[in-house]
Design a protein around this ligand. Structure first.
Ligand SMILES: Cc1ncc(COP(=O)(O)O)c(C=O)c1O
Length: 435
């Protein structure tokens, strides 16, 4: 029988033959970029595809091949590529000057749109990325509480310098982190008790995104709210990815008000931005009209193209009604994948919620990162590459993000490709998982 190693070698060699121009581009890029790369997550073996154009929910690569884009810029490309409404908002902003060094109407409007949508937000401040939003939220918690310890979760991801995927990242900020296991109610509660009066905050993704799109259990999130209140620490919801789920993110769904919320990805309509916010009382710390206010800097915090794109995206496209509809549409797709895997009796499962999906090699939903088996990890490159060869662009680690322009036929193409994968590899999948 075919081994996993030989199957991966075979699919990679077909990939190399199919993508000569991307291969050459990768080699050229390596002259001035280490490994040809400036964003680690975009690298995969043997080389990534170089993209040249986007069109709605599809991308076209240098070799002229067209893909349904389920990478979706790791959730930031919610609006697809070159949406007309967003394009004209950016053009309008560009026509009036882009680096004005002054307040503009755009940040005022976008702040209003976000505060009207997310229950815990009375006021926000903008920055340039989700990472920056989290750094600001963590630093704010330290200043407000006068405490140093920050509780985060194993396999959590809050940005390139606040990352706990498979251990503590060497590039992490030297904050005093203590780590608990995600969805471990008793373990996390007792760690909060132990750190008690030294704990500044708990930061949590309400769905563990990069860690496998694992839904946070409602009781787990409620416990975090209750325990942080008991010990006088702040609760930070990192909704950089999950804010797209429904009209007001997971906080609206589970009815929990964190002290601080961080946002990013889609809120700038596909352009770079980030935001952190909370109650007016907490955010008053940043009010420059008050003596001794915290000074929050950033040349591009209110850059007009991102702010204008964000205003158009959140007011004219991703209204609360559209967000509710999209959650239903994308959740139906996720469930249809699980129906298909069950009917084919293959140990595969589409984890996550709505438009945030990760395919795991397991018959059950994954509830904790420790449930992800070594076999599951080792099968991922095979799935990734076979789907790419079939015109379905997914993330190397198994994530699929749906975007607003996706239609039934594109979803059905993805289902068909996954079905073909199962037809071809079911015995191999079973053998690898049994090993
Ligand atoms: C949950 C979460 N928080 C923060 C970030 C960091 O955002 P950015 O890449 O914009 O810095 C990400 C990025 O993937 C994320 O998924």
């Amino acid at each position: 029988m075919e081994t996993l190693k030989s199957a991966i070698e075979d699919v990679r060699s077909r990939y190399v033959s199919a993508n000569p121009l991307s291969k050459a581009a990768d080699e050229q890029a390596a002259r001035y970029l280490p490994g040809g790369n400036t964003r680690s997550v975009l690298h995969f073996e043997p080389f990534p595809l170089t993209m040249v154009a986007g069109d709605g929910a599809e991308l076209i690569d240098l070799d002229g091949r067209r893909y349904v884009d389920f990478v979706g810029e790791y959730s930031a490309a919610l609006f697809g590529h070159s949406n007309d409404i967003i394009k004209s908002a950016i053009h309008e902003a560009l026509d009036n000057g882009v680096a004005m060094g002054a307040p503009t109407r755009y940040e005022r409007e976008l702040a209003g749109l976000l505060c009207e949508r997310f229950p815990s937000l009375e006021q926000v401040r903008f920055c340039n990325s989700g990472t920056e939003a989290n750094l600001m939220a963590l630093s704010t918690a330290r200043v407000i509480t006068g405490r140093n310890k920050l509780l985060a979760f194993n396999d959590g991801y809050h940005g390139g310098v606040i990352k706990f995927l498979g251990g503590v990242c060497a590039l992490n900020m030297p904050f005093d982190f203590v780590l608990a296991d995600y969805n471990d109610i008793d373990g996390a509660a007792s760690l909060i008790d132990q750190t008690g009066s030294e704990l500044a905050c708990v930061i949590v993704e309400p769905i563990l995104g990069a860690g496998g799109n694992i839904q946070g259990n409602r009781q787990f999130l409620q416990m975090l709210r209750q325990k942080t209140e008991e010990v006088g620490a702040l609760l930070i919801f990192d909704e950089v990815k999950t804010a797209r789920l429904g009209p007001s993110g997971i906080q609206g769904m589970v009815n929990i008000n964190p002290d601080l919320t961080t946002l990013g990805k889609f809120i700038g309509g596909g352009l770079p931005t980030g935001a952190f916010g909370g109650s007016a009382e907490i955010m008053a710390q940043f009010n420059p009209k008050q003596q001794g206010a915290l000074a929050h800097a950033g040349t591009f915090n209110n850059n007009v193209c991102s702010m204008a794109a964000g205003c158009a995206a959140m007011s004219k496209i991703y209204t609360a009604e559209r967000a509710a509809e999209f959650l239903e549409f994308s959740e139906a797709f996720r469930l249809s994948l699980n129906d298909m895997f069950a009917s084919m009796a293959v140990p595969m499962y589409a984890n996550g919620m709505g438009s945030m999906i990760a395919i795991h090699f397991s018959s059950q939903p994954t509830k904790r990162p420790s449930d992800i088996s070594a076999g599951c990890q080792s099968l991922r490159p095979l799935l990734h590459m076979e789907l790419l060869l079939d015109g379905i662009l997914v993330c190397r680690r198994g994530d699929l993000f749906l975007s607003l322009p996706m239609d039934e036929s594109q979803l059905s193409n993805a289902r068909l490709s996954l079905g073909k994968f199962v037809d071809r590899y079911k015995p191999l999948i079973e053998e690898v998982l049994a090993a």
